[in-house]
Ligand binder design. Structure first.
Ligand SMILES: Nc1ncnc2c1ncn2[C@@H]1O[C@H](COP(=O)(O)OP(=O)(O)OP(=O)(O)O)[C@@H](O)[C@H]1O
Ligand SMILES: [Mg+2]
Length: 281
C-alpha cells in the first residue's frame, strides 16, 4: 500500500505550510506554497534543480523567514497544544521544537571532530547525559546505519570517512535524537548504487522504527531518486514555479501524463547514475 494511503488524513497535522512566499532579489522562488503534513506521513518533495526544495525545507527548519505566509508545527514538548507558528516564537522555542526533529542536510554538514563528537554534540546540548550514556546511544545508532560501533571507529575523524559513510553518520546523528520528525535533503545524491540501495532500506526502516513516545514518526525527504520513491512509495509533492504542482500517492505521480510531471519523472534516474545535473527547471 502507498504510504500516502496508509497515513490517514485523520492523523493530526504535524506541519502546515500556508501561502509561503520567498524571493531573493527579483527571483521569486516560493510563490504561494500550501502543504499540510500529517503525523506518520512519508512525504517526498521533488522538482527540478533550483525549484526551491531546499529553500522550502529551510523555512520549515526555521532557518529562513518567509516574505509572506507562515509555517506552523507541533511542539512535541506538549503535543496537545495548538500548532506553533514559527514566525511568532523565539529562537529558544524553535530550539526546543528541534529537539524532537532530526535533519540530514544536503551536504551532511558534519561537525569537525570525531564520529563520537558528531553524535554527542546535539545530545549534550539538549539532554543531560554523560559520556557513558551518550556512548551507548552512539553505538546503537551506528549499528542501525550499518557502521562499526567500536571505540576505534568512534574516535575516527569525520574527514577520514567516505561519502557513503559520512552520509550514514549524518543519519546516525539525526537518529540519536529519537526524532519524531525526520528530514532528509537528497540523502542518496552522489552515492554509488549499492550505498544508495542501503540508504533506501535505512530510510524505510527508520520511518517505521518504534519510538519511545509511542507515536508515529513523520519522514520528509527532498529527493531526485526514483529508486527511493519506488521503494518508499511516499506521498509525492512536486514543486513547480514556486507552488505545489502535484500532491498525491507515488503511483499517481508515476502515472501522471502532464507535460510538467512526465519529462521530470522520465529523467529522474539520470542524476542517480552520476551524469550531473540534467534535471529540467
Ligand atoms: N540564500 C540565497 N540567496 C539567493 N538565492 C538563493 C538563496 N538560496 C537559494 N537561492 C536560490 O533559490 C533557488 C532555489 O534554490 P534551492 O536550493 O531551494 O533549489 P533546490 O530545489 O533545492 O535545487 P537542488 O535540487 O539543486 O538542490 C535557486 O535559484 C537558488 O539559487
Ligand atoms: Mg536542494
Amino acid at each position: 500500500m502507498d504510504s500516502a494511503a496508509k497515513a490517514s488524513c485523520d492523523a493530526p497535522t504535524e506541519i502546515r505550510i500556508v501561502d509561503l512566499h520567498k524571493s531573493f532579489g527579483d527571483k521569486h522562488v516560493l510563490n504561494g506554497v500550501d502543504l499540510g503534513i500529517h503525523a506518520g506521513d512519508t512525504v517526498a518533495i521533488v522538482g527540478g534543480s533550483g525549484c526551491g526544495k531546499t529553500v522550502l525545507l529551510d523555512h520549515v527548519l526555521g532557518q529562513l523567514r518567509p516574505d509572506r505566509g507562515y509555517v506552523e508545527v507541533v511542539d512535541h514538548d506538549d503535543p496537545r497544544q495548538p500548532l506553533r507558528r514559527l514566525d511568532e516564537i523565539g529562537e529558544l522555542e524553535i530550539e526546543h521544537i528541534h529537539r524532537h526533529w532530526g535533519v540530514v542536510f544536503q551536504r551532511n554538514a558534519l561537525f569537525s571532530g570525531s564520529v563520537y563528537d558528531n553524535i554527542a554534540l546535539w545530545l549534550k546540548e539538549s539532554r543531560q547525559l554523560d559520556d557513558a550514556a551518550i556512548a551507548v546511544i552512539a553505538r546503537r545508532v551506528l549499528a542501525m546505519v550499518g557502521l562499526r560501533d567500536d571505540d576505534a571507529f568512534l574516535a575516527t575523524d569525520q574527514h577520514e570517512l567516505s561519502g557513503g559513510m559520512a552520509k550514514r553518520l549524518a543519519i546516525a546523528r539525526a537518529l540519536a535524537m529519537a526524532p519524531m520528525v525526520l528530514f532528509y535533503d537528497e540523502p542518496t545524491t552522489g552515492l554509488d548504487p549499492t550505498s544508495a540501495a542501503h540508504m533506501h532500506e535505512l530510510i524505510h526502516a527508520t520511518h517505521n522504527e518504534l519510538l519511545p513516545s509511542g507515536g508515529e514518526r513523520t519522514t520528509i525527504i527532498v529527493t531526485h531518486d526514483k529508486d527511493l520513491l519506488t521503494r518508499l512509495r511516499p506521498r509525492t509533492v512536486m514543486l513547480h514555479e514556486g507552488r505545489v504542482f502535484f500532491d498525491g500517492p507515488f503511483a499517481e505521480f508515476a502515472a501522471n501524463t502532464s507535460p510538467i510531471v512526465r519529462p521530470y519523472f522520465e529523467l529522474m534516474p539520470v542524476l542517480n547514475h552520476g551524469h550531473g545535473h540534467g534535471m529540467p527547471n
